[in-house]
Design a binder for this molecule. Structure first.
Ligand SMILES: NC(=O)c1ccc[n+]([C@@H]2O[C@H](COP(=O)([O-])OP(=O)(O)OC[C@H]3O[C@@H](n4cnc5c(N)ncnc54)[C@H](O)[C@@H]3O)[C@@H](O)[C@H]2O)c1
Length: 254
């Protein structure tokens, strides 16, 4: 087990790719805080972890709220003593419409940035004091392969995911002196999650077209991402920081 006794927070851990991260982190021995806006889903994932013999703890958070992210960090410390790993995975994605940028409202834009960009910043801000105290930490931001492709009709989402990729570099420079690594994992199109479902079939044939452009020509699943996530969360990646790692079967080669 690569992460025995470590404490990990996964935002948006209640379903989809975040759930897969939680289950694998727990399997590697981490105590996992499953943090999600949807407490019912978070509780189910925490139970799944416990049923498999791991340690899971469900917590309700809206990552766009500073007070709630501070409470989340405090709850993790009260429960487990410290925080070693943060996965900034929660996203405003399922709610995204697929439409021209002229049709997005200011409210949609602001909510997207509040969750995807401000949320990742606030969660990181909340956990960093514990990591500084430990003299070590791992922050894994989640971007998206869409940022390299100029995908149309998703302007707020794609812009927010570009911001996360850039934020990663700046955070890595500020936190290196504390031996806190900040990296960014960039998935390709993972069909089947509720987030991805919101975009399924738009435009028609998109899934098939993407798969055919990959070197490895099959659809990506959440489990395709967990190996890289564990690597970035473990000591094996101690000298890697500020990097964006594309996990997409060779679709993009940025
Ligand atoms: N599915 C894909 O094809 C794909 C591709 C590239 C990147 N990603 C990224 O991977 C991550 C997970 O994607 P997914 O498909 O599993 O998404 P999803 O929509 O299925 O799950 C997102 C989770 O985040 C939670 N969440 C939403 N807003 C929140 C908030 N304000 N506070 C706390 N939790 C909140 C939701 O309740 C949900 O559990 C996202 O960051 C997404 O941008 C996904």
């Amino acid at each position: 087990m690569k992460l025995q006794g470590r404490v990990a927070i996964v935002t948006g851990g209640g379903r989809g790719i975040g759930r897969a991260y939680c289950l694998r982190l727990a399997k590697e021995g981490a105590k996992v805080v499953v943090a999600d806006l949807n407490m019912e889903n978070a509780t189910m994932v925490a139970k799944e972890i416990e049923n498999a013999g791991g340690v899971g703890f469900a917590w309700k958070v809206d990552v766009s709220s500073e007070s709630e992210t501070q409470e989340m960090a405090k709850a993790a410390i009260d429960q487990f003593g410290n925080i070693d790993i943060l996965v900034n995975n929660a996203a405003y994605m399922a709610e995204c419409s697929y439409k021209p940028f002229t049709a997005y409202t200011v409210e949609e834009w602001e909510r997207c940035f509040a969750v995807n960009v401000k949320g990742a910043w606030l969660c990181t801000k909340a956990v960093v004091p514990s990591m500084m105290n430990n003299g070590k930490g791992k922050i894994i931001n989640i971007s998206s392969g869409t940022i390299f492709a100029g995908i149309p009709m998703l302007l707020p989402y794609i812009s927010s995911k570009g911001a996360i990729a850039v934020m990663t570099r700046s955070m890595a420079r500020e936190l290196g002196e504390y031996y806190i690594n900040v990296n960014c994992l960039s998935p390709g199109y993972v069909a089947g999650t509720e987030g991805a479902q919101a975009m399924a079939g738009k435009p028609p044939g998109m899934e098939e077209a993407l798969s055919s452009l990959q070197c490895i020509q099959r659809q990506q699943t959440p489990d395709d991402l967990v190996g890289t996530l564990i690597f970035l969360a473990s000591d094996d990646s101690d000298f890697i920081t500020g990097q964006l790692i594309e996990v997409d079967g060779g679709l993009q080669m940025p």
